[in-house]
Design a protein around this ligand. Structure first.
Ligand SMILES: Cc1cc2nc3c(=O)[nH]c(=O)nc-3n(C[C@H](O)[C@H](O)[C@H](O)COP(=O)(O)O)c2cc1C
Length: 333
């Protein structure tokens, strides 16, 4: 059972925080597909402190998404604490997560993200300052280390625990690896064995069977899914179902994929405006179409779409085309 502070999740399947992806529109959709916990995209502490308009919009959380974990990042204690206090008092988030995994130079050069992985004392200092300032449970998401020669995952997770952190999510890669190579689940197991707070394992869970294997092999309390859920909330649903029943559900039919894609689009339009939403939706639509035959031509056309109706018509036409081919096949067969 995954329990963070006094919040109990209905299952151990967690949607990973993903910048540019995990806004309320996507999170709500994934939540409806059964996720035990959804994580929001990372939010800049300074953006919160200076009340930047776009940053403030990122703090919107629909009641139906809960329980939700909201991640902040920053390099300085003062602004990180101020931002955490703001989220604690003024947002609908249930959990405040601190990013210690972001590998992007724009983030690490400000001494934020994965940079702290080199210094367990700094982790202790930052996490305890945030814990002392807020009521909501504080968690940390980290990579296993900076590079192969500096894998301090165990010490770092212990620092989080000592500082009063209520859980730690571990992505089994180093900062230097970025998204290359494979995630090291052995280190995730070592972390699980060396702390008493819940550990959420992350990295390379591509199928429901992978999720079960991660839980079995590492003993973690929760399993976090990132890229496999892009354009694919069914991954969450199928994983929850597989863990509960041992049965592997089929992939959804094309009609269902496109219907959910258009629902996601409409939610994004409600959240942002049509112009921004349609542009943002292009990458999502390409993800939803992954594995569907004939998608390359449609993917190019998607990038030319500027309105909701254009995009929806394109996607609906694809379904009609595929279904009529299936019809012919079944008649011939
Ligand atoms: C597009 C994208 C955006 C991401 N943004 C964040 C983020 O904002 N915060 C974070 O902690 N990790 C972020 N990550 C890392 C993921 O949360 C996760 O740790 C990583 O993708 C490994 O898990 P996976 O193999 O299931 O994808 C991001 C990953 C991707 C692909």
């Amino acid at each position: 059972m995954l329990k963070i502070g006094d919040i109990t999740m209905k299952n151990p399947v967690v949607l990973a925080p993903m910048a540019g992806v995990c806004n309320s529109a996507f999170r709500l959709t994934v939540k409806e597909f059964g996720a035990g916990l959804v994580c929001a995209e990372m939010v800049s502490d300074k953006g919160i402190v200076f009340q930047n308009e776009k940053t403030m919009d990122m703090l919107y959380i629909d009641e139906r998404e809960k329980p939700l974990s909201l991640q902040i990042f920053g390099g300085e204690k003062e602004t990180l604490v101020q931002a955490a206090k703001y989220v604690d008092r003024n947002s609908n988030a249930d959990i405040i997560d601190i990013n210690m995994g972001c590998p992007v130079p724009k983030i690490t050069k400000c001494d934020a993200g994965a940079k702290w992985l080199l210094d367990p004392n700094k982790i202790y200092e930052m996490v305890s300052a945030v814990v002392d300032a807020v009521e909501k449970p504080v968690t940390v998401k980290m990579r296993i280390g900076w590079d192969e020669d500096h894998i301090y995952a165990v010490k770092n997770a212990q620092a989080v625990e000592r500082a009063g952190g209520k859980a730690v999510a571990v992505h089994g890669r180093t900062r230097v690896q970025m998204y290359e190579g494979t995630a090291n689940w052995d280190i995730i197991r070592e972390v699980k064995q060396s702390v008493n707070i819940p550990v959420i394992g992350n990295g390379d869970v591509q199928t429901p069977q992978d999720a079960k294997r991660m839980l079995d092999e590492t003993g973690v309390d929760g399993v976090m899914i990132g890229r496999a859920a892009l354009g694919n909330p069914w991954m969450i649903y199928r994983t929850v179902n597989y863990l509960e029943t041992g049965e592997l559900m089929d992939e959804p039919p094309v009609r269902e994929k496109i219907d959910v894609c258009i629902l996601h689009l409409d939610r994004l339009i409600a959240l942002k405006n049509e112009d921004i939403a349609v542009r943002e939706m292009r990458k999502h639509a390409a993800w939803y179409l992954k594995g569907i035959r004939g998608n390359a031509r449609v993917r190019n056309a998607i990038n030319e779409c500027n309105t909701r109706d254009e995009l929806a018509a394109l996607l609906n036409n694809l379904v009609v085309e595929i279904e009529s081919k299936q019809e012919i096949h079944s008649q011939v067969g």
